[in-house]
Structures are given as C-alpha cells and as structure tokens.
Design a protein around this ligand. Structure first.
Ligand code: 5GP
Length: 193
C-alpha cells in the first residue's frame, strides 16, 4: 500500500534496530482516512473467503480491525487483557508475550462472541515475532472456529513472525514490509541496497 508506506516514511520514528514508533497515525493519534483505506485493502484481499468476524487484540489493533470490519460488514471482536478478577470459564484465553513490553499477559475473549461457525480474519498493527497473532489463533481454535488469514498493517520482515505463522498453516497478508531499521532509517522490502 503506497499511501501507508509514504506515511511510515514521513511519520515513523525508528526507536532502535527492532522497534518502529508510529504514534502519529496508528498507535496514539489515528489517521482515520488511512485506516479506512487499510480496512478496504484487507477487504479486497479476503472478500471471497466468507469472513464472519474480525479478531484483534487491544489496544492498537482495534483501529485497523474496526475499519476492516466495517468493509466486511461483520463484527470486530478484540481480545481483552484480563485482570485475575475477569478470568472466567465463560471466556477463551491465551497467554501472549508482548514484544514491546517484554511481559506476558493473559488475554480473553468471551465465548458468547466466537463459535464454531465463525470464519475469522485476525488483524494486528505490527508483526514482529508472531506471538500476538498465534495467541489469537489459539483462541480461534478453542472456539473450534476457522482462521482464514492474518492481516498485518506493518510487517517487520527481519523478525520471524511471518515464518512462525506460516509454519502454523496461516495465510499472512501484510500491507507494508519493513526489511530493516538499521542506521536509524526504515528500509522497505524490495528497496534494500
Ligand atoms: P509480535 O506478537 O508479532 O511479536 O508483536 C506484535 C505486537 O507487538 C503488536 O500487537 C504490536 O502492538 C507490538 N509491536 C511489535 N513490534 C512493534 C514495533 O516495532 N512498533 C510498535 N509500535 N509496536 C510493535
């Protein structure tokens, strides 16, 4: 997606060789028009696959996920980071390690919102090691639903996320692929020297 790439180039801040900050349009302030196009692109890619639900994780996956849900005209469901008091038998749950925070948290999805009939598109803002998407896929499996694919806004292709998701049999579609964050600069896949 050219528009997204331009935005990453213009507004992305390289924190270190592994982390890119995109608070200007995705993770803090949200560019709604850009997210609308992101949602539309996911729709174009998966419109023939019978998606019944978009699944993401709070908080930063929600903006692209809700825009995708609008185009598919299906509900957007987000996994909540559980507090011990909210853990219940009425929820599916998975432990997810956060790449940016280096902590592991349990996330939950109420059973009433996901069932065996569902065909799910998992959406997230970034793909790094793949733990968030794999955890969401685990929740889909607990519900005996089907993960049709994983839609990612920014894939960091120098990290093993895609390989791990594909090994798990998941189709991954990312809208922007970062090859490297070395030298305090974003290099996209296909533009390496
Ligand atoms: P993974 O689970 O694939 O290792 O990491 C994906 C999750 O970590 C995403 O939900 C995202 O919130 C966060 N994340 C991973 N890498 C980055 C990054 O470079 N920048 C930002 N802003 N978030 C990231």
């Amino acid at each position: 997606m050219d528009l997204l790439k331009q935005k990453v180039e213009a507004d992305g801040v390289v924190i270190d060789e592994k982390i890119l900050k995109v608070d200007g349009f995705l993770n803090h302030q949200i560019d709604a028009k850009l997210m609308h196009s992101v949602g539309q692109t996911f729709y174009e890619q998966f419109k023939e696959t019978g998606i019944t639900k978009i699944l993401t994780i709070e908080a930063s996956g929600i903006a692209p996920a809700i825009m995708a849900a609008m185009h598919f005209d299906v509900p957007c469901l987000f996994a909540k980071k559980a507090k011990p008091s909210t853990l219940t038998k009425e929820a599916y749950q998975a432990d997810i390690h956060s790449f940016t925070k280096n902590t592991t948290s349990t996330v939950i999805v109420a059973k009433e919102f996901l069932g065996a009939h569902d065909r799910v598109l998992i959406i997230d803002d970034f793909l790094a090691n793949g733990d968030a998407s794999l955890g969401l896929n685990e929740i889909v499996q607990q519900a005996q639903a089907t993960t049709v694919g994983v839609g990612i806004v920014v894939e960091k292709s120098f990290q093993p996320g895609r390989e791990r998701l594909e090994q798990a049999g998941l189709k991954v579609s990312s809208l922007c692929k970062v090859a490297s964050l070395s030298g305090n600069k974003v290099t996209f896949v296909g533009e390496e020297v």
